[in-house]
Ligand binder design. Sequence first.
Ligand code: DN4
Length: 257
Amino acid sequence: TPEALAWNGTGSTRNLFAIVLGRCYTYTQLLRPGLGSEACPKILDAFKSAFISKNPCDIMKEDYQPLVDLVNQTVPCNKSLFWSKSKELAHQYSWVQGGMFTLEDTLLGYLADDLTWCGDPSSVEPNYQSCPRWNECLNHTGSVFWKVISQKFAESACGVVQVMLNGSLSKPFHKSSTFGSVELFSLDPRKVHTLQAWVMHDIRGNYSDSCSGPSIRELESIVNKRNITFTCQNNYRPARLVQCVKNIEHSSCASKI
Ligand code: DN4
């Protein structure tokens, strides 16, 4: 058998297909019964067909379309939570809060979260040896997937939407991030009237008023140009309290409870 192509990133996650199928049943049967778990074998097949036996740097949006079409899940208005450089806190907050949806709280995001996958032209198996890094090529198996589902997630949002940003970075908002380049421009101003930013600072870091800083101002100006109202809060209290679980002695955790 021919050698698989060699790339610079880690290979596909071991037991990839078992994990994806198991997650599909966990999500549809245990976490959100009502979505229907009968489709899980078909969902796995559509996931495989998107990239198996293909060059991992030559994946098109259309390759994932059959998978996306199998899942028609809608997020209720006012419940979408976007994030950038704040994945752990956004997920912890959304889990505790219970009613919000990050992309990874939807079925397609849940199936793929933290997994690596890619195929190889000479094999019907995932390439477990190596996969390209995000920046190794444009039409990257994983990048294209996240782009497609991030776009769909943002297009379907309605009402007030939230974004959690990382205020401990010098630029909490990056135009080149998935949030800044895909999701922001996929919000439909006819459906989304307000974008609320929560700028969260590491609890042990220095406090800074990021909402009035240049990075968030840039975000505000883009949002306003799109005819969406922008609001911003530093250290949104409910998410700060999640940070406090691990930092209970911190002064910002003791006050106002
Ligand atoms: P981010 O914190 O810069 O990136 C989030 C994750 O996406 C990290 O694991 C990144 O890996 C990875 N990533 C970075 N660049 C790309 C790329 N070009 N294509 C695919 N993945 C990439 O935040 P962000 O604003 O770029 O993305 C977060 C937003 O987009 C959220 O609102 C989500 O709805 C959605 N999203 C989620 C995921 C995920 O759950 C991935 C992509 C997009 P690394 O740079 O740390 O190596 O994994």
